[in-house]
Ligand binder design. Structure first.
Ligand code: ADP
Length: 338
């Protein structure tokens, strides 16, 4: 659906070349929510703006549904842009126009038949669950509602792609949830492709199908969302994922003499397997749960458990070997030598 090939974006900063985006190649599939995360300044916005050529790449190609759009003339480009809606962190609504007026504006700008505008606006307001707000002004809406209007406006001309630049970053938790679930609903209803930039990993976890990690203008890792959260590979991915799913050993707890403390990670089916009771039955050890958390990512469980295993050394070792076979990842946090 969207192909980025060897994209560079170079800015002149103090007379030197600065690579905001460096040799990024990416394929985004039709109908998926593709997310880009990374620290501020990583190049996320610059990269996403190359998709509709709001930012022209210094090198590389942008293909939309197989068509190379990198060097289109203005007229051809505006045609392509009709297929790409965009929303922003600060909504960018026209404050002097009503909600209906804001949406109608996008339709008028693209010569939508005048007689049909009112009906289309109402349809869009229903899509974003704000049918009663047509005559209100932006100032009278909550942040979440304003973003819903921005979504309606971005979808006015029935685009195939929706670009979202930090679309939930100005919102509180409740409004963020509202936008995340609306976008999921829209994706399922309209089969639209969504590209979403955020620095909020909770949003990534709930919304994305696939995720790309960016740092210093470079693409460091691309994975499906469950793999990225259960098994991040590169340092920036590990670092960002740990912020949301990590379970740590409380500071005041340290291992006793005959004890070892482990962090277990278990994925998929194994999340349900009663590993703890099996270990205590099979070996002469006692198991204490110190901390535990199960996350559900796209409906699949990812569990992290911190346990203390106490007993004779050979029994602890046997229990460790057994667990190693049965969990996705095991890491010793404290106690006994291994
Ligand atoms: P992100 O979205 O990950 O926070 P951006 O894409 O906004 O990052 O910016 C990446 C880098 O490019 C930043 O260091 C920023 O200062 C720089 N940059 C962005 N736009 C311009 C510009 N028009 N001129 C010069 N530098 C820019």
């Amino acid at each position: 659906m969207i192909e980025l090939k060897n994209i560079d974006v170079v800015f002149k900063q103090q007379n030197k070349d600065f690579y905001a985006v460096k040799d990024v190649s990416l394929n985004i599939n039709k109908g998926e929510v593709f997310g880009i995360v990374g620290p501020s300044g990583a190049g996320k916005s610059t990269l996403v703006r190359t998709i509709n050529l709001l930012q022209h790449p210094t090198n590389g190609k942008v293909l939309i549904e197989g068509q190379n759009i990198t060097n289109l003339n203005r007229k051809e480009l505006s045609k392509v842009r009709l297929n790409i809606g965009m929303i922003f962190q600060h909504f960018n609504l026209i404050s002097g126009a009503t909600i209906a007026g804001n949406i109608a504006f996008a339709l008028e700008a693209n010569h939508y038949p005048k007689s049909k505008i009112q009906k289309r606006v109402q349809e869009l307001l229903e899509l974003v669950h704000l049918p009663e707000k047509a005559d209100a002004y932006p100032a009278n809406l909550s942040g979440g509602q304003k973003q819903r209007v921005a979504i309606a406006r971005a979808l006015a001309n029935d685009p195939k792609i929706l670009l979202c630049d930090e679309a939930t970053s100005a919102l509180d938790l409740e409004n963020t949830e509202e936008i995340v679930s609306l976008l999921k609903e829209i994706k399922n209803k309209l089969h639209i492709t969504i590209v979403f930039i955020t620095h909020e990993m909770e949003v990534a976890k709930k919304l994305f199908d696939r995720i790309a990690f960016m740092e210093n203008g470079e693409l460091k890792e691309v994975a499906n969302i469950y793999d990225a959260f259960s098994n991040p590979k590169v340092p920036i991915a590990k670092n960002l994922v740990e912020r949301v799913i990590n379970v740590t050993l409380p500071e005041q707890i340290c291992a006793k003499e005959d004890e070892e403390i482990y962090r277990l990670k278990y994925t998929g089916e194994k999340a349900y397997s009663p590993i703890i009771s099996e270990v205590s039955k099979k070996f002469e050890v006692s198991v204490d749960i110190i901390n535990a958390k199960i996350d559900y990512i796209q409906g699949n469980p990812l569990g992290i458990l911190i346990i203390a295993i106490a007993g004779e050394k050979n029994q602890r070792t046997a229990a460790y070997e057994y667990m190693k076979e049965h969990v996705f990842e095991i890491e010793k946090l404290a106690g006994g030598e291994r």
